[in-house]
Design a binder for this molecule. Structure first.
Ligand code: DUC
Ligand code: ZN
Ligand code: ZN
Length: 478
């Protein structure tokens, strides 16, 4: 099957140009100047399919490097399966995800990993890879880390939060980082001081402060800044590269920026929710007729939404411009209000943590181009090119060039996307965290390894098209 994407503006992380993209099978084989006769006088007439991209952008498929399909959490399980979550991803222009295989404390790393392969295999509509959550550091899990690189898993995650669930102590983190340094693994860190947060949360609860808003109060920015600093220091000592996930506090960014200025290999991502949503407007919401002052549960996630009055959202945009933060992932971890978030009615501590955004990341970030927060090129860099480089996929993913996988999105800057249930909602949640958001652009066509997944407002893909991505070592170190 050959496809010619014709007449569009090809956008990369470093520039844009008018060009036609020729796909043969699963691969991009040529990027041609418009009207080029290099491959014949009637290329359009000789291919199997022509996609007209006139007036539109052609970008490399999005890579969401932080998702949690079917994650068991908070007494329930994230409600998107690998099938529903990756179909929603495709609708939104994301053609690769990196999910987290989980080793819980007391389990073997190998068993956790094979359970995740079992969940994903044959069920994904787009390509998928794994990071490994190491939820219990002991001699056995440290030994098991040695096999990860061969499995194509070159990054692992630890938690400084969630005591009793995923929590790692400083001595465990130190030992894991030493091992990661030896193996070339990238350490991903959930940086919040979990034990201190649990004390604050209990105190608030005992004072009768039980609504979702207090989730954000308990998980104060000081808890994020402190843990980020501690992670950076442990990484500095061990010389292990560090990637801090879901950064939301401006003070945490300052810690990252200081370390980067020192030349340390320290990186950070933020997520759409920390760019647009806030403690005051969402966690404190009480307007939904069904949920009343429990409405804020829709937006309970960790790290939490932060106060707009304190300027965290503006600081996240700024950090994306200055490269103090390098990427935007979703931390897609969807729970329904009914039967899931509801578990925490009357006690914010029992609300499953997570927001679902996989379908809207490309659009929400594009809106940042429209409003002048980031450039068009930076949009591509934050959502595709850097994720590919950070997690060892670059060359194959994250770029439009001959030899790369034909993962391509035709994006219409004259189009429009109204986000909300019954409009663009293909995720499994019974609500949208982004209800009412309007985007001045539209994902028109999505191609994954040469197969058209989305076109003309219809899904043409299938569960099982997505393949497991064996990743190389990070390509982003300074
Ligand atoms: N944060 C969330 O919001 N959900 C899952 C785990 C996490 O760290
Ligand atoms: Zn986390
Ligand atoms: Zn996460």
């Amino acid at each position: 099957m050959t496809i010619l994407i014709k007449g569009g503006t090809v956008v990369s992380s470093t520039g844009r140009s008018e060009a036609d993209v020729l796909v043969d099978g699963e691969t991009i084989v040529a990027v041609l100047a418009p009207g080029s006769t290099l491959l014949g006088h009637d290329l359009a007439g000789s291919v199997d399919q022509v996609i007209d991209a006139t007036g539109k952008y052609v970008i490399p498929g999005g890579i969401d490097a932080h998702t949690h399909m079917q994650l068991p959490f908070g007494g329930t399980e994230a409600c998107d399966t690998f099938e529903t979550g990756t179909i929603a991803a495709a609708w939104g222009g994301t053609t690769s995800i990196i999910d987290f295989a989980v080793q819980k404390t007391g389990e073997r790393v190998e068993d956790g990993l094979s359970a995740w392969h079992e969940k994903a295999r044959g069920n994904c509509a787009v390509d998928y890879g794994f990071h490994q959550i190491v939820g219990g550091v002991d001699e056995h899990s440290l030994k098991a880390m040695e096999t990860l690189v061969d499995e194509g898993i070159t990054s692992y995650k630890m938690f400084m939060a969630y005591p009793g669930v995923f929590y790692a102590t400083d001595d465990q983190i130190l030992r894991a980082m030493q091992k990661a340094r030896e193996l070339g693994l990238l350490t991903m860190m959930h940086a919040e001081n979990g034990p201190a947060i649990d004390v604050l949360a209990e105190q608030l609860y005992n004072q009768g402060k039980t609504t979702p808003y207090f989730h954000g109060i308990a998980r104060a920015w000081q808890m994020e800044e402190e843990a980020t600093h501690r992670a950076i220091m442990l990484a500095n000592l061990t010389e292990a590269p560090l990637y801090v996930v879901h950064v939301s506090a401006k003070q945490a960014v300052e810690q990252l920026a200081t370390a980067r200025d020192r030349g340390q290999n320290v990186f950070g991502e933020t997520c759409p929710q920390y760019l647009y949503l806030s403690l005051e407007e969402q966690l404190g919401a009480a307007g939904d007729p069904t949920w009343g002052d429990f409405e804020g549960a829709k937006w309970v996630c960790s790290t939490p939404l932060r106060s707009r009055a304190e300027g965290h959202q503006d600081a996240m945009w700024q950090a994306l411009r200055t490269n103090d933060l390098q990427m935007v992932s979703t931390d897609h971890c969807p729970f329904c209000m009914k039967d899931q978030k509801e578990l925490g009615r009357g006690d914010f501590r029992a609300i499953p943590n997570g927001i679902g955004s996989i379908e809207h990341r490309m659009d929400l970030l594009y809106q940042g181009v429209v409003t002048g927060e980031i450039t068009l090129e930076r949009w591509v860099e934050l959502t595709s090119t850097t994720p590919a480089r950070m997690f060892g996929l670059y060359g194959r993913k994250g770029v439009i060039q001959p030899g790369a996988d034909a993962d391509l999105v035709v994006y219409d800057p004259e189009g429009h996307t109204s986000i909300g249930v019954g409009k663009t909602h293909h995720m499994a949640m019974d609500h949208s965290a982004w209800e009412g958001y309007e985007i001045d652009g539209h994902v028109d066509v999505v191609v994954s390894r040469g197969t058209v997944l989305v076109a003309d407002g219809e899904f043409h893909g299938r569960a099982g098209h997505g393949q497991y991505l064996k990743r190389g070592l990070t390509q982003y170190l300074t």
